[in-house]
Write a protein of this length. Sequence first.
Length: 208
Amino acid sequence: MGLTILSHPLLQHKLTMLRDKQTGVKEFREIVSEIAMLMCYEVTRDLPLEDVTVETPLGDAEAKVISGKKLAFAPILRAGLGMVDGMLHLVPNAKVAHIGLYRDPETLLPVKYYCKMPADISERDVIILDPMLATGGSACAAARFLKDYGARSLKLLCILAAPQGVEKMREEHRDVDVFACCLDAGLDSHAYIVPGLGDAGDRIFGTK
């Protein structure tokens, strides 16, 4: 289905804590950030390296550094904001784009209300952040907006995915690699992932 499941034991353990309805707002927010950091480690495995020489206290050493790749993170507001700090913890020099979308309660289609991009977005590898890939509408819209702004290299990072969302991404953006911690069974009548973990934005920010 074009989906990479990140099955590291720490990710799976923390995902279980997110699913638990007894997990409070503070702990939920912290775990989302921790999961994002661990996922960032996995999703950046293909960054190119180049050889350098550094001087250690005992002599010269042949070593590796990332080869000039510039990254940007693009959280889908508002739930995607919960993943940003964890990503920036590992890649502090990355720039952050913001894409504001809400789902129309009647049509279930995404509606854009805000979009702010770094000026050099076309020169960066962009990782879209959204904890939930449900219908795929928001993720597809975000990818489309980024491409309209000139982004050429995109990945999507989500904590949970539904088959419907993965399939829609494959149909509309086959060039965007999708990474998740788990592929859940599907969607309910309100387009929420089941069994899922509830509304990620509400649980991150303590809203209803």
